[in-house]
Design a protein around this ligand. Structure first.
Ligand SMILES: Nc1ncnc2c1ncn2[C@@H]1O[C@H](COP(=O)(O)OP(=O)(O)OP(=O)(O)O)[C@@H](O)[C@H]1O
Length: 241
């Protein structure tokens, strides 16, 4: 369960978040939909304890992001788009193990988890090679493995398919689907309606630092009598002055 309570974030005079609140029940995949600069990354970085809010807080699996960062970190897996943040000079295995060690997992457990993840992500061929020369898709798989090595109940995805080709994007989609089947609580940010419709039941639409609409995709389509893309454009359009 994720409970976001009045999160505000200002960077000097830029008001990135203006007091957003929402809940994601256990086992749900919520799509956080918004244009460039709407506040998606800021929201997810705050939930991941990488950034402090100006005001407000969030509770993840009962832990407050302000009071118990270490406990929050153990509960979450993070997969952010763009740079994978892997160490080029380490092998794939070492990259994953390093992250697992930061999460206080025992050596035996790390070995077991990495063997398992190598198998399910089909990385046997390159798990012991340095990641420096890996393709984007290979790096993405290592990043996936790293994000779930500690088997967290909550996953945060920030535009995880940005810059990936169709095949690599599909790997990510199946991974998110897998997380859903396993009953993980997921927030997935995107500006792609197609992705969001494919993967989420419910969406929250964020615009200029406010949540302007929230609900199941089916409910929203009925309410606005439009498809997701058209209702999104209606909601965020016309307020761009
Ligand atoms: N470190 C920072 N310093 C100053 N302003 C920032 C910083 N990080 C984000 N912002 C600003 O906060 C606002 C929200 O940015 P954010 O990255 O959260 O949007 P986003 O919805 O993730 O956009 P995108 O889809 O382009 O990634 C933007 O106006 C952005 O310029």
């Amino acid at each position: 369960m994720i409970e976001v309570k009045g999160l505000t974030k200002s960077f000097k005079d830029v008001h990135a978040l203006k007091g957003i609140s929402f809940k994601v029940p256990k086992g749900e995949v919520l799509g956080l939909l918004g244009e460039n600069g709407a506040g998606k990354t800021t929201t997810l970085r705050i939930l991941a304890t990488m950034l402090k809010p100006t005001k407000g807080t969030a509770i993840l699996s009962g832990h407050d992001i302000l009071k118990n960062q270490q406990a929050v970190r153990r509960e979450i897996g993070i997969l952010f788009g763009g740079e994978s943040g892997l160490y080029d000079r380490l092998t794939a295995r070492e990259n994953i193990a390093y992250y697992a060690e930061l999460n206080d997992i025992s050596k035996e457990e790390i070995k077991e988890r990495i063997d398992y993840l190598t198998k399910i992500l089909d990385m046997e061929e390159y798990i012991d090679r340095r990641v420096g020369k890996f393709s984007k898709g290979m790096k993405q798989k290592v990043a996936i493995a790293r994000s779930i090595v500690h088997n967290p109940p909550i996953m945060l995805f920030d535009e995880p398919t940005s810059g990936l080709d169709v095949t690599a994007a599909r790997t990510i989609h199946s991974f998110i689907e897998e997380c859903r089947k396993e009953g993980k609580t997921v927030i997935f940010s995107s500006h792609s309606m197609v992705e969001v419709e494919k993967l989420c039941e419910r969406v929250a639409i964020i615009h200029k630092g406010n949540i302007i609409e929230e609900g199941s995709i089916e409910e929203l389509k009925i309410k606005y009598n439009k498809n997701l893309e058209d209702l999104f454009v209606e909601l965020v359009g016309g307020t761009n002055e």
